[in-house]
Ligand binder design. Structure first.
Ligand code: NAP
Ligand code: MG
Length: 401
């Protein structure tokens, strides 16, 4: 059997710990036997980030902007313990944060549905994709712990010195105070990315804020989405038979619980943080979740939603057996390969991605799975496989097909 050829390289960002081990196994067992895999390799493993003063992360993000499609392994975000463990020169920033800032993106997360892992919410028949705005609000705030009585004001000063003032509160005693912001540019690109993703995936788009209470801040989000929909997307949505639906955030939450799924739920930064954890755990597991960062310029970065699975890695280092779920990492690769196939006009590459995903799900549905899934499956007669056995079982299925 001849291997499938690629044209443009994928930007490959290697990572840390257990996911780095899985990364190599996936390439060896599931990709290279079938593909003439072309990648431009960037080692985002913490040791190499440290050696390059984190320049490698910036280079990888620039390569993503150049080629358009990247696949990323989970990476360590350093904290004090990691600085010691890896003898770091500095507490380097989160690579995801650096990459997101350079690509100006929105993160889309969708559960991977498989027979035998049922969502906790009985009405959910199709995946719910969460689109999280990844800039501003409470994540870039200014806070004051108010010590006692006093007047709190919001002040905006223009370059010519003119000011806009708004009273926040006359404090009679101690309290707390917070200032948050967002920019029109970021909200516009968030909206555009969501509308575009809805078109690409042919799904309805939901968006919700608290505009009845926040008549300027949240209302601006609502207005930007509405105006963009009417001027740029309404016709295209109607052509595909999909809808844009705006409602209040509390109403959205109530409706999501009764919905059948199969739509994109766009959330402001905080709502997306909270709701994506709720949706993902209700669908089963973080290891059964796809995650893609989409930039308004049409650049895609695929990754797993979970971390580097540190606890399993330390077991692995001690020579103990691990049963780490590689599904999300496999789907990061298939997502990236399929997108590359679409952009380069290589249907065989898209077809390969479909077959690898089907083989992965088929393996689980046949009762062969890692421990995390064995604990929650409704299937009987389950065989728990270790990290490598699971990947080999998928390969065997690929070869049979
Ligand atoms: P984690 O790697 O997501 O793992 C937390 C726990 O979730 C694991 O101990 C394991 O539970 C379970 N788990 C996660 N993924 C699994 C998988 N594929 N298969 C089976 N079980 C899985 O989170 P963490 O341990 O808090 O973080 C470790 C490192 O990852 C940190 O340094 C953090 O900075 C980094 N991180 C990176 C990213 C990213 O690059 N996207 C995201 C989050 C965190 P059991 O131990 O109970 O089996
Ligand atoms: Mg969260």
């Amino acid at each position: 059997m001849s291997k499938i050829q690629m044209k443009t390289p994928l930007v490959e960002m290697d990572g840390d710990e257990m996911t780095r081990i899985l990364w190599q196994m996936i390439k060896d067992e599931l990709l290279e036997p079938f593909l003439d895999l072309k990648t431009e390799y960037y080692d985002l493993g913490l040791a190499h980030r440290n050696e390059t003063d984190d320049q490698v992360t910036v280079d990888a993000a620039n390569a993503t902007l150049k080629y358009g499609v990247a696949v990323k392994c989970a990476t360590i975000t350093p904290n004090a313990a990691r600085v010691k463990e890896y003898h770091l020169k500095e507490m380097w920033k989160s690579p995801n944060g650096t990459i997101r800032a350079m690509l100006d993106g929105t993160v889309f997360r969708a559960p991977i549905l498989v027979k035998g892992i049922e969502p906790c919410v009985r009405s959910w028949e199709k995946p719910i994709t969460l689109a999280r705005h990844a800039y501003g609000d409470v994540y870039k705030n200014a806070e004051i712990k108010v010590p006692g009585p006093g007047k709190a004001e919001l002040v905006f000063t223009a370059p010519d010195g003119t000011q806009i003032r708004e009273l926040v509160h006359e404090f009679q005693g101690a309290g707390v105070l917070q200032g948050i912001h967002n920019t029109e540019k970021s909200i516009v690109s968030f909206a555009r990315t969501c509308f575009q993703y809805a078109l690409d995936t042919r799904q309805d788009l939901w968006f919700a804020t608290k505009d009845t209470i926040s008549k300027k801040y949240d209302h601006t989000f609502k207005d930007i989405f509405q105006e963009m929909y009417e001027t740029e997307y309404k016709d295209k949505f109607e052509e595909l038979g999909i809808t844009y639906f705006y409602t209040l955030i509390d109403d959205a939450v109530a409706r999501v619980m009764k919905a059948r799924g199969g739509f994109i739920w766009a959330c402001k930064n905080y709502d997306g943080d909270v709701m994506s954890d709720m949706v993902s755990s209700a669908f089963g597991s973080l290891a059964m979740m796809t995650s893609v960062l989409v930039s308004p310029s049409g650049v895609y970065e695929y990754e797993a939603a979970h971390g580097t699975v540190q606890r399993h890695y330390y077991k692995h280092l001690k020579g103990e057996e691990t049963s780490t779920n590689s599904v999300a990492t496999i789907f990061a690769w298939t997502g990236a390969l399929r997108k590359r196939g679409e952009l380069d006009g290589i249907p065989q590459l898209c077809d390969f991605a479909d077959r690898l995903e089907a083989a992965t799900l088929g393996t689980i549905e046949s009762g062969k799975m890692t421990k995390d899934l064995a604990l929650i499956t409704s299937l009987q007669d389950v065989t728990v496989l270790n990290s490598q056995e699971f990947i080999r079982a998928i390969r065997a299925r690929m070869e049979q097909a």
